[in-house]
Design a protein around this ligand. Structure first.
Ligand SMILES: Cc1ncc(C[n+]2csc(CCOP(=O)(O)OP(=O)(O)O)c2C)c(N)n1
Length: 895
């Protein structure tokens, strides 16, 4: 035999069963006499010996397709069989009410949508959590954090209904928030939505994959706060219930190794393995559970397989020669789904009928009993055992892979059906069957009319439900905004250098980092600042912060850094303040969200600054930013090295000309593209005051650049204009042309004005436009107020430009759509210049010439507008020549 040929353990190699039995007996005897430590030692010695002997052997990554927790290790169920019976009944009620809510809404308005089958599979997983594990926020405990599988939301509403937190009116308005408002009811959002239900939902999980990565970084952020001694050490647990299909999202798996590396034993994932996603099986031809086991185990997690219910225990006990387990190992998920969709007789024939020994096992059950054999994720006792083990596991995060049936209890109408995900209508008989299946005491008529069911307040079920929540601190989910004031330092304290720059050269990135350094030094405020980077701190000149505040590492620093001799050495520390996430923008933004929502999640306001290549923000992780917006994040996103032409040389992947277009679409994102350090200071000050003192649910996106500029001091009375979106930096009464410019383009506009004056004696006034999106929002709001309230208010940009008719030229280092967004509010001829198209690798000067946004092009455009149709083509060519603009080359380049 070839010893180098790896062989799977499933291969039938047992040529000497007697010998095999002896080896196994030896292992058992060691276990009994010397304990598990000695047994493990011997096995690893054997493994080493095998390797030394040239055996290419490694233990299989997968355990068999059975429960990880042995029956003998299951803890007693709290409250015993009485509690079990009550909780099973309650789970049935939740299921019914969730189903009724969705089907009702769709009876009324077929377009509303909703899901029944997902919650039907997840109900028991949620219920055991609610009864025994999920601790709410109370006077002395900040509460566990639960990331709920989003499209199971009807079940969470159903529970809140029984708890008395929602009324039957509220349930009636499921997915009808607008109609509800008109009727003074609550209106329930389709998915968890902290923006729409701010007292209820904490985490928006509706976009698959964002829940898992966010939960991991949330767990890590709690550790960060503890290690920095900002939050008292509390055994808070982060629970995340996610779909097995959802685990295909790259974000779902992206941070698994980080969670293990950081030993986040405050984190438990429960993956609802109903083996189906929307269109069909997650892994029809394999086992998603085994695949996830390999991935999580390889990443370093504690893995608990929760596959079969207690009624399988006697079957496994009868499985003397392992045929039942072998059959389960060999049955692929697509087949398991078919078994779920069919009845006991079918399963007897097609599953238990596989071998005589299995037939004999099957013969101990009636067809009805076979039909009711539970998967692990529907057995409260087994779920409790898994959660108990997870909550007590030390040193690693835990994942529970819970096998369930999609559409559990929906019978032939939905259980295990390919189409069950989308099902939101049930026929009369299906409703009656569902009612009977879960013993809901409703008449046929009530069931048909989809009545919600709530037992009497003094019924054993209701008393049990409420007592359990009381013991765990109250209700979940619950979101709060304690509106804690965090006094912010005065602008002079950290940004005097920017306000009084007096022509000093620096880039806005340098200015930002210096302001952050100043904020970090503040004795009381500094500790709330959270600098976050994704491996670009040096790019942005932040290396000095390594030494000043240290890089957070749960382990401290176990090595002597290569640059220990330097004053800026790479300092990692357990109480380090910088979150250096490595090359993961998704991870960094998830970290930022955790910090930016700490005011609510931890009743501890923090102020994160995440600084990154602006191209790799909204474009790369826009959906995570959208979720942060939904979650009412408060903090600063800093798009550095911004501008299509300003980041010279890096080509199309890095050169950002569009992030402001995307940020403008997020309603609570306030975006700025400042030119000067003093503008940046005014914006940061305003942001801190709004977010930390006025408790506005906004966050700021500010682009900064790496181009050195001579920085002027702050002009008098400029603050309001800076914040509203534009302020005049070069006033000129009766100017023949008006120039609007942002960021680094302001310098080009100023140079253009000089050219116009020197070469053509043309006068120009210049505005720095700090935010087109704020100007556009203001314009739209004024226009609407004029229409609806007959208001006389004019948009700020109109007020600034209405004193003359001279043409206005806007120049941006972004796509023209950004300055175009204010066209309707400009009261004269308006021309926009921008950097549409792919980036190029070249010098700034060449790039600005190519995109026709530099001083000479701005001046040429001004001349073309001033003399529109009054000059001949020859005259315009002469003007171009004088300015050094090559019209022929431009035509040749763009065709
Ligand atoms: C990013 C994203 N893509 C697609 C969807 C649409 N979607 C909602 S639920 C779902 C299927 C989820 O399957 P699974 O995770 O297995 O959960 P199950 O409903 O089976 O429990 C899909 C594709 C989404 N919500 N988010």
């Amino acid at each position: 035999m070839d010893m180098h040929q790896p062989l799977a353990i499933t291969d039938n190699l047992d040529t000497e069963p007697q010998e095999t039995a002896e080896w196994i007996a030896s292992l058992h005897s060691v276990l009994e006499s010397a304990g598990p430590a000695r047994a493990r030692f011997l096995l690893s010695k054997l493994s080493t010996a095998a390797r030394e002997a040239g055996l290419q052997w490694r233990d299989a990554r997968n355990t068999p397709y059975i429960n990880t927790i042995r029956v003998s290790d299951e803890p007693p169920y709290p409250g015993g069989s009485d509690a079990l019976a009550l909780e099973e009944k309650l789970a049935g009620m939740m299921r019914w009410n969730a189903l009724a809510m969705v089907v009702r809404a769709n009876r009324a308005y077929g377009e509303l949508g909703g899901h029944i089958a997902s919650y039907a599979s997840a109900a028991d997983l949620f219920e055991v959590g609610f009864h025994h594990f999920f601790r709410a926020r109370s006077a002395d405990y900040e509460g566990d954090l639960i990331y709920f599988q989003a499209h199971s939301a009807p079940g969470i509403y159903a529970r809140a209904f029984l708890e008395g937190r929602l009324s039957s009116d509220d349930l009636t308005y499921y997915r009808q928030e607008l109609s509800a408002k008109k009727q003074q009811a609550k209106g329930l959002s389709s998915y968890p939505h902290p923006w729409l239900m701010p007292d209820f939902w904490q985490f928006p999980t509706g976009s698959m994959g964002l829940g898992p990565i966010s939960a991991i970084y949330q767990a890590r952020f709690l550790r960060y706060l503890e290690h920095r001694q900002l939050l008292s050490t509390q055994p808070r647990t982060i629970w995340g219930v996610f779909g097995d299909g959802e685990m295909d999202e790259p974000e779902s798996l992206a941070a698994l190794s980080m969670a293990a590396r950081e030993k986040l034993d405050n984190l438990v994932f429960v993956i609802n393995c109903n083996l189906q996603r929307l269109d069909g099986p997650v892994r029809g031809n394999g086992h998603i559970v085994d695949e996830l086991e390999t991935l999580f185990d390889g990443a370093g997690w504690n893995v608990i397989k929760l596959l079969w219910g207690s009624d399988w225990d006697p079957l496994f006990a009868r499985d003397q020669n392992g045929e039942l387990v072998a059959a389960l190992n060999a049955t692929v998920d697509g087949q398991l789904q078919t078994f779920a969709a069919n009845d006991g007789a079918f399963n007897r024939e097609h599953f238990f009928g596989q071998t005589p020994a299995m037939q004999a096992i099957g013969a101990t059950l009636t067809d009805e009993e076979i039909d009711r054999l539970k998967r692990g994720g529907h057995d409260l006792r087994k779920i409790y055992a898994a959660y108990h083990a997870a909550a007590n596991h030390k040193g690693k995060p835990t994942v529970i892979l819970a096998q369930t049936k999609k559409g559990f209890g929906m019978g032939t109408a939905g259980q295990g059906k390919m189409t069950t995900h989308q099902q939101k209508k049930l026929e009369r008989q299906d409703l009656l069957d569902f009612r009977d299946r879960f013993q809901i005491p409703l008449t046929d008529e009530q069931a048909e009319n989809l009545a919600f069911y709530k037992p009497d307040a003094d019924s054993p079920e209701m008393r049990h439900l409420l007592q359990k929540r009381e013991a765990l601190g109250g209700y979940l989910p619950q979101r709060i905004d304690p509106k804690l004031n965090l006094p912010v330092p005065a602008i002079e304290q950290y940004a005097q250098f920017a306000c009084d720059a007096d022509g000093k050269e620096m880039s806005t990135t340098m200015a930002l980092v210096r302001m952050m350094g100043g904020l970090l030094k503040d004795a009381t405020f500094g500790k709330h600042v959270v600098p976050i980077v994704a491996d670009e701190a040096r790019t942005f000149g932040m290396a000095n912060l390594f030494r000043q505040v240290g890089i957070y590492s749960a382990q401290g620093q176990l090595y002597e850094p290569e640059d220990i001799g330097s004053i800026l050495y790479y300092r990692e520390a357990k109480d380090g303040q910088i979150l250096e996430e490595g090359i993961t923008e998704a991870g960094a933004i998830a970290s930022w969200t955790a910090a930016a929502t700490s005011y609510s999640v931890n009743s501890l306001p923090m102020l994160p600054f995440y600084i990154y290549y602006s191209m790799f923000g909204f474009q790369r992780v826009g959906d995570l930013i959208w979720a942060a917006a939904d979650q009412r994040a408060r903090g600063f996103l800093i798009g550095a090295t911004s501008g299509r032409t300003t980041l010279g040389g890096e080509g199309l992947q890095h050169q950002d000309g569009s992030s402001h277009l995307m940020s403008a679409a997020i309603p609570n994102c306030i975006s700025y593209d400042p030119a000067y350090a003093y503008e940046l200071a005014v914006i940061i000050q305003d942001g801190m005051e709004r977010m930390l003192q006025k408790h506005d649910d906004v966050f700021y996106y500010i682009t900064v650049t790496n181009e050195n500029e001579a920085q002027p001091s702050i002009p008098a009375n400029s603050k309001s204009g800076i914040l509203r979106g534009m302020h005049c930096v070069v006033p000129h009464e009766n100017a023949e042309v008006r120039l609007l410019a942002s960021g680094p383009m302001l310098k080009e506009a100023i140079a253009a004005a000089q050219l116009l004056k020197d070469l053509f004696k043309i006068s120009a006034a210049i505005w720095s436009v700090t935010s087109y999106s704020q100007l556009a929002r203001d314009g739209i709001a004024c226009e609407r107020a004029q229409r609806i309230q007959q208001s006389d208010d004019l948009p700020w940009i109109t007020q600034e430009l209405q004193t003359s008719n001279s043409p206005v030229i806007a120049v941006s280092d972004y796509v023209r759509a950004i300055p175009e967004s204010v066209r309707a509010f400009v009261p004269s001829r308006y021309v926009t210049l921008g950097t549409d198209g792919f980036g190029r690798s070249d010098t700034r000067a060449n790039l600005r010439d190519y995109f026709e946004v530099d001083a000479k092009w701005i001046a040429y455009t001004a001349m073309a507008e001033i003399f529109a149709k009054k000059k001949s083509s020859e005259e315009m060519q002469a003007i171009a020549k004088k300015l050094g603009v090559d019209l022929q080359q431009s035509l040749a380049m763009y065709g």
